[in-house]
Design a protein around this ligand. Structure first.
Ligand code: KG4
Ligand code: ZN
Length: 353
């Protein structure tokens, strides 16, 4: 197939607790269907892998069917099936990968394996998404510093070009989203914790007394690693010592959110300065956080006024298949990935960039 032909891609994502399928023509998203298992996991205040796998089995075909119908693309018009092969939950990944291989066999289509974290990066590269937030209609310029923050990952990545990555740092313990989820659980705010903490923090008064102060872990460590587990424990101990009231809960949520975001923003700016990044990209579920988006924008205006900022639309922050399709599209353009035999494609739990 010619390199510049706009391929019609069916993308599948089932690495965790969202069953997702998307249809793209080139970098244009025609359909992006996500079935969220939220209601199932709310009962257990967290993801039970077996429950996630079962829900994926039930939903994967209906979700793919909805995506094809919404895009009005019959299977014979597809050029490629892209699927997340890792990292993620083994049972969840297997369902997406085996479905992609089965459909590839029946429809005579090639399957392209995609890294989930790389998918989060490419959420910024969609048609119309790839425009800077802080500058008029500027496209993404390399080198790029990517901050990927989700329930399973917290990574700072230097991207020198498409497919060219260097891991600058990552979390030493909990991922940022995981910390939001666990702190929300401690504060009794429900699941998933990210949106719950953000909503509670929005109600906090700025003049709360006594002022709650939490640590900013590793903020001056001089490297690009993160640690959130101590911050979570600090919340637990402080919260146990406070007489619990709604007022204290929202104040604690607000201070936790400030602490986590201050560390994320400070390290991202430091990495961008050190590697003279021309653009900064945000990705992953925590990228939906309003304060994180605002603070990154504000801090960049003050410290890196000529660096471009890219924030994915909210629909492409949490897990979705459109980002997997976008990543596949750019791999096709580079054509550096000669597609393997479909049968050789396997789940890869430890997949790195
Ligand atoms: O990327 P994602 O959907 O799944 C993984 O790849 O892990 O991210 C899910 C995570 C959850 O931990 C959730 O609490 C967090 O993203 N999240 C948020 C917000 N929305 C989702 N965290 C902070 N603020 C938000 N608004
Ligand atoms: Zn994710």
């Amino acid at each position: 197939m010619p390199k510049n032909k706009k391929r019609v891609i069916l993308a599948i994502e089932t690495s965790c607790d969202e069953t997702a399928a998307a249809i793209l023509v080139g970098d244009k998203i025609l359909a992006n269907i996500v079935y969220s298992q939220l209601k199932i996991h709310q009962k257990t205040k967290g993801i039970v892998p077996e429950a996630a796998s079962r829900a994926h089995i039930e939903k994967i075909i209906p979700v793919i069917d909805r995506a094809l119908c919404a895009a009005k693309i019959p299977p014979d018009k597809l050029d490629l099936i892209a699927v997340t092969v890792g990292p993620g939950l083994i049972g969840s990944l297997l369902i997406g990968v085996d479905t992609a291989k089965a459909l590839g066999f029946v429809w005579h289509k090639k399957v392209m394996p995609i890294n989930h974290v790389e998918g989060h990066i490419y959420a910024n590269f969609g048609f119309k998404n790839g425009q800077a937030i802080n500058s008029k209609s500027q496209a993404i310029n390399f080198p790029v510093v990517c901050l990927i923050v989700s329930g399973g990952h917290t990574q700072l990545i230097l991207m020198r070009g498409h497919g060219n990555y260097k891991l600058l740092g990552s979390t030493l313990d909990d991922a940022a989203g995981e910390a939001f989820d666990k702190v929300a659980n401690i504060l009794g705010l429900g699941y998933p914790g990210g949106p719950a903490i953000a909503a509670a923090a929005a109600k906090a008064k700025t003049n709360c007394k006594p002022k709650i102060l939490l640590p900013r872990p590793l903020i001056n460590s001089g490297d690009f690693n993160f640690s959130f587990s101590g911050l979570k424990t600090a919340v637990l101990y402080k919260f146990q010592n406070l007489k619990i009231s709604k007022f204290k809960t929202v104040a604690m949520a607000a201070e936790f959110q400030r602490a986590a975001i201050e560390v994320l923003v400070t390290k991202t700016i430091a990495a961008a300065k050190k590697y003279q990044a021309k653009s900064i990209i945000l990705g992953g579920g925590v990228a939906a956080n309003k304060l994180l988006r605002q603070e990154l924008k504000k801090t960049m205006r003050q410290n890196l006024p000529s660096t471009l900022l890219f924030l994915p639309p909210l629909s492409l922050c949490t897990d979705n298949a459109a980002m997997i399709g976008l990543c596949a599209y750019y791999h096709c353009l580079k054509s550096d990935r000669s597609l393997k035999d479909n049968q050789e494609i396997k789940v890869n739990l430890q997949m790195t960039l």
